[in-house]
Design a protein around this ligand. Structure first.
Ligand code: HEM
Length: 128
């Protein structure tokens, strides 16, 4: 895959639009996650996540131009992200990947990233 970006290999903007849409379909059906998200701005939330992911995987840098530095842990501090919320988030993303079926090696890479990124967002531990 020489110089091709993951963004390009996965299918460019169309892939990320579809992925984020499938993801939010599942988030909106999840009793724990849905209340955290802006009820009247699902389109905006889809855009923000899509632009971030496109930028992260080597696509356009629109996210940075519009939102600045991601600072994702800081931006997530307001939400109670315990292991259950993390697992639900990952399950929604896995469901979205199941729906789109990217090639196995690409899927392994993006899924591994989502697992690590979601774990890094943990900010509550029910055991403490
Ligand atoms: C925003 C929840 C993990 C990337 C948000 C928002 C919520 C949320 C409620 C606000 C929606 C909006 O108005 O944009 C969660 C929960 C997670 C999680 C419960 C569970 C671990 C992640 C991960 C990533 C991510 C793993 C990246 C791979 C983003 C981005 C935004 C966002 C880019 C928009 C930030 C901005 O305002 O520019 N998240 N998130 N989130 N999340 Fe997460």
């Amino acid at each position: 895959m020489t110089n091709q970006s993951m963004h390009e290999a996965l299918g460019g903007e169309a892939f990320f639009r579809a992925l984020v849409h499938e993801f939010y379909e599942r988030v909106w059906a999840d009793d724990v996650l849905r209340p955290m998200y802006p009820a009247h701005d699902r389109a905006g939330a889809e855009d923000r996540l899509r632009m971030f992911l496109e930028q992260y995987w080597g696509g356009p840098t629109t996210y940075g131009e519009q939102r600045g530095h991601p600072r994702l842990r800081m931006r997530h501090a307001a939400y109670e992200i315990d292991p259950d919320a993390r697992d639900r988030w990952i399950a929604c993303m896995r469901g979205a990947l199941d729906a789109l079926e990217p090639a196995p090696l690409l899927r392994a890479e993006i899924e591994d990233y989502f697992e690590r990124a979601a774990t890094s967002m943990l900010n509550r531990n029910p055991l403490i």
